[in-house]
Design a protein around this ligand. Structure first.
Ligand code: ADP
Length: 483
């Protein structure tokens, strides 16, 4: 067997081209780590209209053709550029992708179907690369293995291509009325049923990938266990249980170069574990910028998050007044459900020197928060992996998390007897457990400076780079190619 597995990594978002959440971070950084680990990996994603001009200018035309999606006959371009050593391909169709956002349109089902089919079709036109593995990510790419095993079955170019499907978030599955199956996907009902896509009178894209992919992975060992249960399984637990032998949980990493407090250009001041004076400067500067009381001794808590139920915001909103009453400051940076946006806005308006609500998506500002805060809140209802806790630790900010998914796998709770730990955690989805945990954390911050300083060192020393996880993916690819 050849030692360099050829992998096409397909995702609907990847930094620095498009990011709405953790998937963007992972798809932007894992392929780079796989390259370093010795894979011949390339990335493919839609050519969104919002991609920065500097990247668009670098793109070269590879091919164009017309793609049949059911009765639709659509233009499809393939463009390419190098991002460092990584070759990236872009699927071009202005009707589907020249829009302000990545998702949230009435025709998302059709857009992802177009992208998925285009990825397979593009393989005919990309001359110097014949992937042996298609690594697909989340429901937007779930139709790639589905089409591969149906419409592309028996075509010699596609023979023997293996598929890895990674679940980044099981909540989103791509669920549509069944008429879409023939009308948009061009699949006949029997095929769709056979591939496990029909469920409760709907066609479910994700289930198709779960049933047809050779290997399933998810982004932390704990979440891999959790999704086999009814509480976390989002009604797909039976599939995961029946495929336990093919299911792997591999913890995500972060791009430690992008998130480096010594070199991060977004910060007010650089700092390192050896010299934390810059962290204090970041705190004071952020307090000033946001109109909070400027005082380095007030515990500064942060939340950088999509504002959705998943993130445990019902717990936080429930205890918000009590928490602010503890004499702490809170900065929320997020965008999402109106009810959370409004709760945070009104609390910030009531206590402007204690709380700021930044209802926006702002990458540079997020870095300032990671650097300036003392604690980062991640009280999620469920969390496949979570990156914010890892990024926070890299900047010496201690995470306060609920013990679920990747939060459980990456945060070691403070042990007051041994001083061990790099954060704080609680088990039950209960607002007062969150509050008591936060009160404990604030108490350690105020009264046990040595323990706090030790934990900051532990957090900053933790290795969340991709190296370990990339090696695990490599092992998996090799095993798959030998099978
Ligand atoms: P999820 O993918 O569920 O949204 P993750 O913790 O895996 O959660 O990843 C979230 C990523 O998005 C992190 O890089 C975080 O910093 C970033 N992020 C979330 N909300 C915002 C925001 N409002 N502004 C800037 N970055 C954000």
């Amino acid at each position: 067997m050849k030692t360099k597995p050829e992998i096409l990594f397909a995702a609907f978002e990847a930094t620095p081209f498009m990011k709405t959440g953790g998937l963007g971070d992972v798809a932007g950084s894992l392929p780079k780590a796989l390259l370093s680990a010795g894979a011949d990996v390339r990335l493919i994603l839609p050519k969104f209209g919002t991609i920065a001009e500097k990247y668009k200018k670098k793109m070269e035309h590879v091919a164009d053709f017309y793609l049949d999606l059911s009765w639709r006959h659509q233009y499809c371009g393939v463009e390419t550029m190098k991002l460092g050593r990584l070759t990236c391909y872009f699927i071009d169709n202005e009707f589907y992708f020249k829009r302000g956002r990545a998702y949230g349109y009435g025709d998302d089902g059709e857009r992802v179907a177009f992208f998925s089919k285009a990825v397979l079709e593009a393989l005919k036109y990309i001359q110097d690369f014949r992937p042996r593995i298609l690594h697909c990510n989340d429901w937007h790419t779930a139709l790639i293995p589905v089409f591969l095993r149906s419409q592309y079955a028996g075509i010699s170019r596609y023979d023997g291509i293996k598929t890895v499907f990674t679940v980044h978030n099981l909540k989103f599955q791509g669920i549509y009325p069944q008429w879409l199956t023939g009308e948009v996907l061009g699949l006949d009902s029997e095929q769709a049923r056979h591939m496990g896509m029909f469920y409760d009178d709907t066609v479910n894209f994700l289930r198709g990938a779960l049933c047809t992919s050779d290997v399933l992975t998810t982004v932390s060992p704990t979440y891999a266990e959790e999704i086999c249960t009814a509480f976390y399984g989002e009604r797909a637990q039976d599939i995961f249980n029946s495929r336990r032998g093919d299911l792997y949980g591999i913890l995500n990493g972060i791009d430690v170069k992008q998130y480096d407090p010594m070199t991060d250009k977004n910060l007010f001041a650089p700092f390192s574990a050896a010299d934390l004076s810059g962290k204090r400067e970041n705190k004071l500067a952020l307090q000033r910028q946001l109109g909070l009381e400027e005082d380095p001794d007030i515990p500064l808590l942060g939340l950088v998050s999509r504002l959705t139920e998943q993130k445990g915001l019902d717990l936080l909103v429930w205890i918000l007044a009590e928490l602010i009453g503890e004499g702490v400051q809170l900065v929320v940076l997020g965008l999402g459900d109106e009810k959370y946006e409004n709760s945070f806005r009104s609390m910030a308006a009531a206590a402007p020197d204690r709380m700021a609500a930044l209802i926006t998506f702002d990458e540079p500002l997020s870095h300032k928060l990671y650097a300036a805060c003392d604690m980062m809140l991640v009280p999620s209802l469920f969390e496949p992996c979570g990156l914010t806790q890892m990024i926070a630790m890299r900047y010496g900010t201690l995470p306060v998390v609920r013990e679920t998914g990747g939060l459980k796998d990456s945060v070691i709770p403070y042990n007051k007897y041994t001083g061990e730990g790099n954060g704080f955690s609680f088990a039950n989805y209960n607002a007062h457990e969150l509050l008591f945990t936060l009160k404990d954390a604030v108490q350690v911050y105020r009264e046990n400076k040595a323990a706090w300083a030790g934990m900051v060192q532990n957090a900053m020393a933790a290795d969340f780079s991709w190296a370990v996880s990339a090696a695990k993916y490599m092992e998996l690819y090799r095993k798959l190619l030998q099978a």
